[in-house]
Design a protein around this ligand. Structure first.
Ligand SMILES: Nc1ncnc2c1ncn2[C@@H]1O[C@H](COP(=O)(O)OP(=O)(O)OP(=O)(O)O)[C@@H](O)[C@H]1O
Length: 325
C-alpha cells in the first residue's frame, strides 16, 4: 500500500520587489495531505489548475521530497529507501514526452528496461510481452517518430510497465486521444488494476473517465484534500438534483393533483401530448421508484422513463461554484 501521512510541500520562490531587489517567498503547494492507494485499486486525484496534483504525484513517485510528513510504499519510506521503492513504481504521462523518437518501439523499451537493470532474455521476453499487450508487436521495429499519437501513447504504457511496477501513476493518460483509442486504454488500465492487482493513481481532466475507472477519488484544493470517497458518494453528497422524465398514458387532473401532493420536496410539471402525458420531476433524491409506485397504484401505464442522474462533473462544478460564492 502507498500511504502519505500529513505531507506538505513548500517551495521557495524569488519575487522581484523592484528593479534592484528580489525577495524570497514561501509557496505552500501541498498542505497536511493524507492519502492511500491499495493494490488493485484505482484512485483518482482531482483538482483545479494549481491545486497541487503534480506536486503530490512528484512526492509519491520520489521525484520530490516532502517538506513535512511521511510517504511509505509497502512500508518503505520513500526518502530513506528511494532505490527500493523505485522498483515498485512507475509513471505514465499523457502527451508525447518520455520517449526517444529516433529509436524504434522495441529500442525504447530496451533502453528503459536497462535503467531498471533488466537485461538479456528476461528483458527481451518482457519487451515482447508488453508490445503484444499494447498491440504494437507489428510496429516494434518502426521509429517512434512515425507512430501515430495513439501508438505513442500505447508505447508510453508499455514503457511505464517495463519494470512490472506494483503501483502506477497515470497523469492524463488519454490526453488528446481519439475516443476509441482512449476507450482501449481505459480497458487496459482497468485490467491492470483488476487482473494484475496494480495500485493506480490517476489524474485526468476527463471527469467521465475518472467516474468510470476510479474506485475512490480525492478532491484536492489549495494543496489540501477537501473530499475523499467513492465517486458515487461524492456525487450524492454534493449534488442534490435528479431529473426524472416519465411519459405515461394521458393523466386525469385528479391523478396529476395526487402526484403534485405526493412530491413533498422538489418540483413537478406536466406536458400534455397527443395521446400521453410527459411528467418532468426535479427532486433532491432519486424519485424513480416513488413515482413508479404511484403509477401502479393509479393504474397508469408507463410508456417511457428517463432518469438524468448527476455526474461527477456536476459535483465538481457545484463545489467550484460553492467556493467562489
Ligand atoms: N517548482 C515550483 N516552484 C514554485 N512554485 C511551484 C512549483 N511547482 C508548483 N508550484 C506552485 O504550487 C502550486 C501547486 O502546483 P501544482 O503544479 O502541483 O498544481 P496542479 O494541481 O498539478 O496544477 P495543474 O493542473 O495546472 O498542473 C501552484 O501554486 C504552483 O504555482
Amino acid at each position: 500500500m502507498i500511504e502519505a501521512k500529513g505531507i506538505s510541500k513548500f517551495y521557495t520562490v524569488k519575487k522581484r520587489k523592484n528593479f534592484f531587489r528580489t525577495e524570497r517567498q514561501i509557496v505552500c503547494a501541498v498542505k497536511d495531505l493524507n492519502l492511500s492507494i491499495k493494490e488493485g485499486e484505482i484512485v483518482g486525484l482531482l483538482g483545479l489548475n494549481g491545486a497541487g496534483k503534480t506536486t503530490t504525484i512528484k512526492m509519491l513517485s520520489t521525484l520530490l521530497n516532502p517538506t513535512e510528513g511521511q510517504i511509505t510504499i509497502d512500508g518503505y519510506d520513500v526518502v530513506k529507501n528511494a532505490m527500493k521503492v523505485k522498483n515498485k513504481i512507475n509513471m505514465i504521462a499523457g502527451g508525447e514526452r518520455m520517449l526517444y523518437w529516433r529509436l524504434t518501439g522495441a529500442e525504447n523499451l530496451r533502453y528503459f528496461g536497462k535503467l531498471y537493470q533488466l537485461s538479456g532474455l528476461q528483458l527481451e521476453k518482457r519487451i515482447a510481452y508488453l508490445l503484444d499487450q499494447v498491440g504494437l508487436i507489428e510496429s516494434k521495429d518502426i521509429p517512434v517518430e512515425l507512430y501515430s499519437k495513439g501508438m505513442k501513447q500505447r508505447l508510453q504504457i508499455a514503457r511505464g510497465l517495463i519494470n512490472d511496477p506494483k503501483y502506477l501513476f497515470l497523469d492524463e493518460p488519454t490526453l488528446g486521444l481519439d475516443a476509441p483509442v482512449a476507450k482501449q486504454l481505459r480497458e487496459l488500465v482497468r485490467s491492470l488494476a483488476k487482473n494484475e492487482k496494480k495500485g493506480i493513481l490517476l489524474t485526468s481532466h476527463y471527469l467521465e473517465e475518472v467516474e468510470e475507472l476510479c474506485d475512490r477519488v480525492y478532491i484536492i484544493e489549495k494543496g489540501s484534500i477537501i473530499l475523499a470517497d467513492t465517486p458515487e458518494k461524492i456525487i450524492a453528497s454534493v449534488v442534490k438534483n435528479y431529473h426524472l422524465m416519465i411519459e405515461t398514458s394521458s393523466l386525469s387532473v385528479t391523478t396529476q393533483n395526487k402526484m403534485k401532493r405526493a412530491l413533498v420536496d422538489g418540483s413537478i410539471q406536466f406536458n400534455e401530448l397527443a395521446d400521453s402525458t410527459s411528467i418532468h420531476i426535479n427532486a433532491p433524491f432519486d424519485p424513480t421508484s416513488f413515482f413508479i409506485n404511484i403509477c401502479i397504484a393509479e393504474a397508469v401505464s408507463i410508456l417511457k422513463l428517463e432518469l438524468k442522474r448527476p455526474r461527477l462533473e456536476d459535483a465538481i462544478l457545484t463545489l467550484a461554484k460553492e467556493k467562489s460564492a
